[in-house]
Design a protein around this ligand. Structure first.
Ligand code: KIV
Ligand code: ZN
Length: 506
């Protein structure tokens, strides 16, 4: 059995410190329920002295969580902070006070303005003071990542001797290199007496984009708890992302001699929830939970994934609640990807028809960033509509605007391949195009209905037009047409209805 690594979630505390990410109590309770579904070991619920709202959140979260997880409240190494945190944690079944102070030369000299000896005294005092209220006291050595190794040993020794149950070694500024941070943890492990009886926690920031690597390096060197947030939310560049560190441990459990108890199938749901509550969007290429994390766009990758998913995916998307791998159809997609998607949509075509569709698909994909299922269905339908048509649209050019007279030049190809081109004008570009079509087709009908709708999302969506025309004998014919340009869609739809009328009257 590998070592259990406890997951300490600080989305509601450090995560909330992201500029613009503040949450109200009700929102924090919603996130807490999700953290419980994820099965986190510790929930850092807030910093009670900081505001009445934070106090209330910690109190309500304590009630909600019961004995399902440890509920932790942050304090500075100040008695009043600790008194208020203890009060907020009053209803917690498994309360923890998280107290501490800065230990780096910069924090001692420029922020706290205390000596090293004073820092040691305050360490002993804050841990002992918190111990009056709760058994479980976590001590944080802020900015440990930039501290002197031997001074850090003295501080952590003092915290352990004073009764800390967890010692938190933060790389507060995200300054360290992963291997150096790992050596620091190993140094503490080898030089602090009794450290084997407490949890060593790592709390890393992402200022150099290495928060996950730093946390893992801590785990390799003896850390038994990782502090992290959903989506890597947190002060400045954020904290270690829970989904990243947990999945890295899952992938490399044997090597790291580590496992967590997290239910990773909740990750995508948790990510969406936190992003919708905080308004902090997740970048599409974010590891594990980004919209593109399991999307394959290049033809070579698509071909590999369709043959065997693991050629380009190290994680099964279902394991993180991401549904299935996505084959994104773009201009770089190959024949195999198009065929696969068409089959998924229930279409089975011979190679000749597939070639025709692939050519039409590439033409569309050059105009649109992404070709969706609905676009493909339209493409197939459009080809079906024109397969036996008497007339097909060969060209269309319109000019319109204010104060121009709308005119359209339309070229129609008949079954023999001859193209007739005429020009007409109308009340608008569609009217002008329809009149030009009438001039060539020369059949009498009344347009009784015209409707346009976007087939897919986005500004580059295909527009599908439906028209209804009534022939001289009262028979109604429906026509449909789809294109990225709705005037072209309209002309195709009108022509589709006229073709039906013509074949009916033969
Ligand atoms: O980054 C940090 O050092 C912190 C401490 C308060 C744990 O968030
Ligand atoms: Zn932090």
């Amino acid at each position: 059995m590998t070592r259990k690594i406890k997951i300490f979630d600080t989305t509601l505390r450090d995560g909330e410190q992201s500029p613009g990410a503040s949450m109200n109590t009700e929102e924090k309770l919603v996130i807490t329920r999700e953290l419980l579904r994820l099965k986190v070991d510790v929930i850092e619920a807030g910093f009670p002295i900081s505001s009445p709202g934070d106090f209330e959140s910690v109190r309500r979260i304590s009630e909600l969580v019961g004995d399902q997880a440890v509920v932790c409240a942050l304090t500075r190494a100040i008695d009043k902070d600790i008194d208020v945190a203890a009060d907020a944690l009053k209803y917690a079944k498994r309360p923890r006070i998280h107290t501490g102070l800065g230990v780096s030369p910069s924090h001692l000299r420029d922020k706290l303005r205390i000596t090293e000896e004073e820092c040691i005294e305050r360490t002993i005092h804050c841990v002992s003071y918190a111990k009056q209220y709760v058994d479980d006291v976590e001590f944080y050595a802020e900015d440990a990542g930039r501290s002197d190794y031997d001074f850090l040993v003295r501080v952590i020794q003092a915290a352990v001797d004073a009764g800390a149950t967890v010692v938190n070694i933060p790389d507060t500024t995200g300054y360290s290199l992963p291997w150096e941070f790992g050596s620091r943890i190993a140094y503490l492990r080898d030089n602090v007496d009794g450290i084997e009886n407490v949890d060593i926690s790592v709390h890393c920031h992402n200022d150099l984009g290495m928060a996950t690597a730093l946390a893992l390096s801590g785990v390799v060197n003896g850390a038994t708890q990782v502090e992290c947030t959903i989506n890597g939310l947190g002060e400045r560049a954020g904290n270690t992302a829970m989904e990243e560190v947990v999945m890295a441990i899952r992938m490399h459990g044997e090597e790291l001699d580590a496992h967590t108890d997290i239910d990773s199938r909740e990750f995508v749901k948790a990510s969406k929830l936190v992003s919708s509550i905080t308004g902090m969007n997740v970048q599409a290429n974010k590891a594990i939970v980004g919209a593109n994390a399991f999307a394959h766009s290049s033809g070579i990758h698509q071909d590999g994934v369709l043959k065997e998913r693991s050629t380009y995916e190290i994680i099964d998307p279902a394991d993180v609640g991401a549904g299935a791998s996505q084959i994104v159809l773009t201009a770089r997609s190959g024949h195999a990807a198009l065929k696969h998607r068409l089959e998924e949509l229930g279409f089975a075509f011979d190679e000749e028809r597939l070639d025709e569709l692939y050519a039409a698909f590439l033409e569309l994909a050059d105009k649109k960033k992404e070709v969706y299922d609905e676009d493909l269905e339209s493409l197939v339908n459009e080809q079906d509509r024109t397969a036996d048509a008497l007339y097909t649209l060969d060209s269309l050019q319109v000019s319109c605007g204010y104060p121009l007279t709308p005119t359209a030049t339309v070229g129609l190809r008949d079954r023999e391949g001859a193209v007739a081109t005429v020009c007409d004008f109308g009340t608008g570009p569609i009217d002008a195009a329809f009149k030009a079509i009438d001039k060539i087709v020369q059949v009498k009908s009344d347009l009784s209905e015209f409707a346009v709708m976007a087939v897919t999302r986005g500004i580059d969506a295909l527009g599908e037009v439906t028209v209804r025309i009534t022939a001289a004998d009262g028979t109604v014919f429906i026509g449909r047409g789809a294109d990225g340009d709705i005037i072209v869609s309209a002309a195709k739809a009108y022509l589709n209805a006229l073709n039906r009328l013509l074949s009916n009257s033969r």
